[in-house]
Design a protein around this ligand. Structure first.
Ligand code: ATP
Length: 248
């Protein structure tokens, strides 16, 4: 029997209370087109969460709505139990949300170390060392301008930069885009380490197999609607997910 309190099932109420990020009824529109409809997701502290979906499903839009780059037409976004939907992106970042957008937008004329330093409002030396421990390939290039790095190194730099303020939640949008399988492994393979370090991760990926292998739970978005969610291992075994994302 489901217990309902003030219109909300008790199980859902308990999840909301302990969630780091809790989204309900989220709707985002671009003009007349609804890019997200009735989206509900929860991310707990210490959780890696995969966000799967085809091109145009709404993954980037959901990330932009969480950090505040697009405005929601309806719904609620709570971070640490506080509604953040009306806050500017920089305020959301200050509360502990890191954002690594699709397309590795590093500063090409700055060195690796400078790219990391400009994004940090804390102890730059300590955080830089942490990023070099996470991505040793960057340490060897610390004095190189970012334009000289390979695509994979630039992606590592973009991820490292978004971690410089030790966010409690990292929004990681399609880090494997344009990378070889080996480099994809190097970048996405760091997700469990990032989560173990105290940063929950929402990982949007078209490389579903890889994303499911490094995350605890997963959500599937289809044309702006969440069509499935659950433990990553269960989704990896589901016929629908296998047919849609894992080659049958
Ligand atoms: P991709 O993997 O291609 O990045 P996605 O799952 O991240 O796809 P979104 O980029 O969020 O999907 O796009 C969701 C829908 O919203 C798509 O139909 C897209 O065409 C549309 N869309 C995205 N950005 C805009 C915009 N600035 N103006 C109008 N429509 C947009």
């Amino acid at each position: 029997m489901e217990i309902v309190l003030d219109g909300l099932p008790l199980a859902r109420r308990l999840t909301r209370a302990s969630a780091l990020l809790d989204i309900t009824g989220l709707e985002v529109r671009y003009g007349g087109i609804a890019a997200l409809r009735g989206v509900a997701i929860s991310i707990l502290p210490g959780q890696g969460v995969a966000l799967l979906g085809a091109n145009g499903a709404g993954k980037s839009t959901l990330m932009k709505a969480i950090i505040g780059l697009v405005r929601a037409a309806a719904g609620e976004i709570r971070f640490d139990a506080v509604p953040i939907g009306s806050l500017r992106p920089d305020r959301r970042a200050r509360r502990g949300i890191g954002y690594c957008p699709e397309g590795r937008r590093v500063f090409p004329g700055l060195t690796v170390a400078e790219n990391l330093a400009v994004a940090c409002w804390g102890d730059v030396a300590r955080k830089t060392d942490e990023m070099f421990a996470l991505f040793p390939a960057l340490a060897a290039r610390r004095a190189s301008p970012a334009w000289q790095l390979s695509g994979g190194q630039q992606q590592m730099l973009a991820v490292g930069r978004s971690l410089m303020n030790a966010p409690r939640l990292l929004l990681l949008d399609e880090p494997s885009l344009g990378l070889s399988p080996l480099l994809t492994d190097e970048v996405i393979g760091r997700v469990p380490e990032i989560v173990a370090g105290g940063t929950s991760v929402l990982l949007a990926e078209q490389n579903a197999a890889k994303a499911l292998s490094v995350c605890d739970v997963a959500y599937v978005l289809k044309t702006g609607v969440v069509t499935a969610h659950g433990p990553a291992a269960a989704l990896a075994a589901s016929d629908d997910v296998r047919a849609a994302f894992l080659g049958g």
